[in-house]
Ligand binder design. Structure first.
Ligand code: KG4
Ligand code: ZN
Length: 333
C-alpha cells in the first residue's frame, strides 16, 4: 500500500497543504500570515479570515507541485488540534468537504504528535523508543515516543512555552512577531555573558519560562531608567544572553530525561527547533551523551502540512480514520 495523502494544516497562523506518497513529501506549500507582525502576537480573528482566504490557492498549488491530481488521492488529513478554534475550523471544514466530495477517508491529526513525527521525514529516522523535545509557540514538552502513534508527555511547561518566551521578549523589546527567528539572528553577534538570567527552579522534567520573561522586563526597566537607548545599544547582547538561558535550560532538562529513560536516540521538533543555537548545542549534547541526534529539516520545524501528512501516513497504515462528525479541539485533555 502506497497511499497518496493530501494534508492540511491551519492550527495557528500558517495555511499549509502537502501531498505525500508512501510517506514521502511530494509538495509542501506554506503560506505564513504576515499580518500579525505588528501586533506582537497572533490575532485569532485575523488568522481565521486569512486561512479562509488562502486555503484553496494553497491546496491547488500543493496538488500542482506534487504532479498528482485529486483523483490520485487516497485520503485527506487535517489538524484537529490543539490550536486556535477559528483557524482549526477552516482546515477541518475544508478537509471534510474535500474527502466527502471525493468519497475518500478522512484522517485527523494531533498537531503536537505531528511535530514529533516530522523526524520521520528524514532518510535516517529515530529508532524507538526515543525522546523528543517539542518546542513551539504554544507548547514545550519532553515526549517519550514508544511507536509512531504511541507517545507520552513526560515533562512540560507549567506556564509559558519556549516559543512564547521568545515572542514575549520580542514584544517587550519592540521586535516584530514572531520574534524567535529575529532574536536567533541578533544573538549571533552578541555576548552570552551580558546578563545572567536566572535558571528557573522547577523540579523534575517540567519547565517554567514566565520568570525569565519577568526578569527581562525588570532588567530592561531598570536600565532604561538610566539610559533610554539601552535596548538599541545592547540588543545583540540582550538577545544572546536571553537565548543562552533558554537553550541551556531546555537541554539540561532533556539531558536529565535521557539519563532517566536511557534512550539511544534523541530528537527535537517544533518551531523553536529551527533555532540555530539550539540545533548546534543539541548536537553537542547528543555527542556527550553518546546518543543519536535527530533534527527535522528546517522546513518541517515550524508549522507545515508535511508533518501532518507523515502522521496521517502512519494512521492510514494503522487503519485509523476520522468520522465526518470530527470537531476541532483547542487544548489537549
Ligand atoms: O511550531 P510553530 O511554528 O507553531 C506552533 O505550533 O506554535 O512554532 C512557532 C514558534 C514561535 O514562537 C516562533 O517565535 C518560534 O517558533 N521560532 C523560533 C525560531 N523560528 C521560529 N524560535 C527561536 N528561533 C528560531 N529560529
Ligand atoms: Zn506547531
Amino acid at each position: 500500500m502506497k497511499p497518496v495523502i493530501l494534508a492540511i494544516e491551519s492550527s495557528c497562523d500558517e495555511t499549509s497543504a502537502a501531498v505525500l506518497e508512501n510517506g514521502k513529501v511530494l509538495s509542501n506549500i506554506v503560506s505564513s500570515q504576515l499580518a500579525h507582525a505588528k501586533y506582537g502576537g497572533v490575532v485569532p480573528e485575523i488568522a481565521s479570515r486569512l486561512h479562509q482566504q488562502d486555503i484553496i490557492a494553497v491546496v491547488h498549488e500543493a496538488l500542482e507541485k506534487s504532479g498528482k491530481t485529486r483523483t490520485d488521492l487516497d485520503a485527506i488529513a487535517f489538524t484537529r488540534g490543539p490550536g486556535l478554534l477559528g483557524s482549526l475550523l477552516v482546515g477541518t471544514c475544508f478537509a471534510k468537504s474535500y474527502a466527502f466530495g471525493l468519497g475518500i477517508p478522512l484522517i485527523e491529526v494531533n498537531h503536537m504528535q505531528a511535530h514529533v513525527l516530522a523526524n520521520f521525514l528524514s532518510d535516517s529516522p529515530p529508532a524507538f523508543p526515543f525522546l523528543c523535545l517539542t518546542v513551539s509557540g504554544g507548547h514545550t514538552q519532553i515526549v517519550l515516543v514508544r511507536n509512531y502513534l504511541d507517545m507520552e508527555v513526560i515533562g512540560q511547561t507549567l506556564d509559558d512555552a519556549a516559543g512564547e518566551a521568545y515572542d514575549k521578549a520580542g514584544k517587550i523589546m519592540g521586535l516584530p512577531y514572531p520574534a524567535g527567528p529575529v532574536i536567533d539572528k541578533l544573538a549571533k553577534e552578541g555576548n552570552i555573558d551580558f546578563h545572567d538570567f536566572p535558571i528557573p527552579s522547577i523540579p523534575g522534567l517540567n519547565f517554567s519560562f514566565s520568570g525569565l520573561k519577568t526578569n527581562l522586563l525588570y532588567f530592561l526597566r531598570d536600565n532604561l531608567a538610566l539610559n533610554p537607548d539601552f535596548i538599541q545599544q545592547n540588543i545583540n547582547d540582550i538577545c544572546a544572553s536571553y537565548q543562552h538561558r533558554i537553550v541551556s535550560y531546555l537541554l539540561a532538562k532533556l539531558k536529565k530525561a535521557a539519563r532517566e529513560y536511557k534512550v539511544k536516540d534523541l530528537a527535537i521538533a517544533g518551531g523553536v527547533s529551527a533555532n540555530s543555537e539550539l540545533r548546534r548545542q543539541f548536537g553537542e549534547t547528543c555527542e556527550k551523551l553518546q546518543v543519536r541526534p535527530h533534527i527535522p529539516a528546517f522546513q518541517f520545524c515550524t508549522d507545515n502540512a508535511g508533518m501532518i501528512g507523515i502522521a496521517a501516513h502512519f494512521k492510514y497504515l494503522a487503519g485509523e480514520f476520522a468520522d465526518l462528525e470530527a470537531v476541532p479541539f483547542t487544548r489537549e485533555g
